[in-house]
Design a protein around this ligand. Structure first.
Ligand code: 5GP
Length: 205
């Protein structure tokens, strides 16, 4: 993918159960932004209240694997028995149009994006402590016990990868975490390598 001087890709990642989607939703509820959420594709069954095309594009394993072969994903990973992936064409189009696109994905996928789009902004969301993460996974009641254990084991391995990210944001409070992410996005926009082209245009150079 070519380097995009206008659009900004923001990758929000972190262990399962840290509250990525809650923080992402709080971020999108803030006023005065032009962020676009990239809806992922998954083979996981919809949970109660989840809507196809809003929370995820829900597809079969066969359909997902066909798309892998056709090279349709910017990244994808198998997570606790299901595939999850970011459709490439939509993200590319929105970045080309100059939009700010947000991905909310697990760690393996985030590291794949880092390889193909190193200019993206990588944010690692962490819980205020390990116990907070376990409590959250147990209390949300969306998975059975063995799946929860798998997610906890995976989270313990994922914690060790925080150093591969540009920013670490602690999810001690959803609104605070969303505010910090917004501040990061604003600061990234002002970075010289992102804003110099606009500035030169302003000067007529
Ligand atoms: P859940 O089943 O709880 O909705 O998601 C499981 C994990 O997959 C979460 O950590 C979530 O952030 C991650 N995930 C969601 N969409 C994608 C995606 O497109 N790619 C990757 N790699 N992970 C994703």
């Amino acid at each position: 993918m070519k380097l995009n001087v206008n659009g900004l890709l923001i990758v929000i990642s972190g262990p399962s159960g840290v509250g990525k989607s809650t923080v992402r939703k709080a971020l999108f509820n803030k006023k005065g932004h032009n962020l676009i959420y990239s809806v992922s594709m998954t083979t996981r069954k919809p949970r109660d209240g989840e809507v196809d095309g809003v929370d995820y594009y829900f597809v079969s394993r066969e359909e997902f694997e066909r798309r892998i072969e056709e090279g349709k994903f910017l990244e994808y990973a198998e997570f606790v028995g299901n595939y999850y992936g970011t459709p490439k064409d939509i993200v590319e189009k929105k970045l080309d149009e100059g939009h700010e696109v947000v991905l909310e994905i697990e760690v393996e996928g985030a590291l794949q994006v880092r390889k193909v789009m190193p200019e993206a902004v990588f944010i690692f969301l962490v819980p205020p402590g390990r116990q907070a993460l376990y409590d959250r996974l147990l209390s949300r009641g969306t998975e059975d016990k063995s799946k929860i254990e798998e997610r906890i084991n995976k989270a313990n391995r994922e914690f060790l990868l925080a150093h591969k990210y540009d920013y670490i944001v602690v999810n001690d409070d959803v609104d605070n975490a969303a505010d910090r992410i917004m501040a990061i996005i604003r600061a990234e926009h002002a970075k010289t390598e992102r804003s110099i082209h606009q500035y030169m245009k302003l000067l007529g150079e």
